[in-house]
Design a protein around this ligand. Structure first.
Ligand code: IPD
Ligand code: CA
Ligand code: CA
Length: 275
């Protein structure tokens, strides 16, 4: 396939993701106005009617264009479609706790993996009507305009963001150790409650860095390509290649990445070299 065929295929895939993201965002807005039923997946882990309806909408919209593609969606898990190399990774509502409380920080996140690599992503925040998007090699955009990470080079001037998993009460790997260290080293720390938006906000230079301990592929898929295409860096806690299936993540404008990794490594167990 020539470069222009590849690019036009990718543009069509992105258009589909944008349409799906906007339609699902409109569903979230309708539920936010009309009210919704809440169920509990755990003591502090909610799911609402809106999560399910938005997920159905994204899958229907993509399937109508690409019936052979596979899906990995938060509420229904993996849906294999034959042996397609394309897998859409969907969080229909990232920021459910915010949504349930009427706190306007949530989004629809749609990433596209091709042969295991993320090649396109869309994150849509219906409360601000902000649509973040990226394709591999095509740059990152916010409502169609190119975005770039910040130029903040030192932690004393950095605004960082993080989050906490739903098992925060049940495990010592609950991010509170890292949080305490960063709180004393950064200019400020925020917790928005939506990991997909956190990644996009680093991409758009609103935050300088983001770390989190236990994320799922649907939290990170779209945001990770948007961040990379905006010039950002994303790794695991040891500074190695980030994997969507690896849970932990350090994402930054790249200039403060080394400093962030050093702080995280202060809390990690020491790995002794092989004899
Ligand atoms: C959650 C959000 C939150 C992060 C949690 C995620 P959900 O996703 O992204 O920011 O800290 O770890 O589970 O449940 O709102 O889709
Ligand atoms: Ca999520
Ligand atoms: Ca979700």
């Amino acid at each position: 396939m020539g470069h222009s065929d590849y690019q036009s295929d990718l543009d069509k895939l992105l258009e589909t993701a944008i349409r799906a993201g906007r339609m699902a965002g409109a569903i979230l807005t309708r539920y936010a106005q009309s009210g919704f039923h809440i169920e509990y997946k755990g003591l502090i882990n909610l799911v609402t009617e809106a999560d399910h309806a938005a997920e159905q909408c994204v899958i229907d919209c993509i399937r109508s264009q690409y019936p052979a593609h596979g899906f990995l969606a938060e509420e229904r898990g993996r849906v294999e479609q034959g042996s397609s190399p394309y897998v859409w990774i969907i969080d229909p509502l990232d920021g459910t706790t915010n949504f349930a409380h009427g706190f306007p920080a949530y989004c629809v996140s749609i990433g596209l993996e091709y042969k295991g690599e993320c090649i396109a992503g869309v994150v849509y925040d219906p409360t601000r009507e902000e649509l973040f998007s990226a394709t591999r090699g095509g740059g990152a955009r916010l409502n169609g305009r190119p975005i770039q990470v910040s130029r903040t080079a030192i932690l004393d001037q950095a605004l960082l963001v993080t989050g906490f998993a739903y098992d925060i009460r049940d495990t010592p790997q609950n991010n509170l150790d890292h949080f305490v260290r960063f709180a004393l080293r950064a200019q400020g720390i925020r917790r928005t409650g939506s990991a997909a938006l956190d990644l996009c906000y680093v991409a758009a230079a609103r935050f300088d860095g983001f770390w989190e301990v236990k994320l799922n592929p649907w939290d990170m898929a779209a945001g990770s390509i948007i961040l990379k295409e905006a010039g950002g860096q994303i790794t695991n806690f040891r500074g190695d290649t980030h994997s969507l299936y690896g849970q932990e993540l350090v994402a930054s404008n790249s200039l403060i990445h080394g400093a962030m990794l050093s702080i995280i490594q202060e809390s990690l167990p020491v790995v002794s070299p092989k004899p």
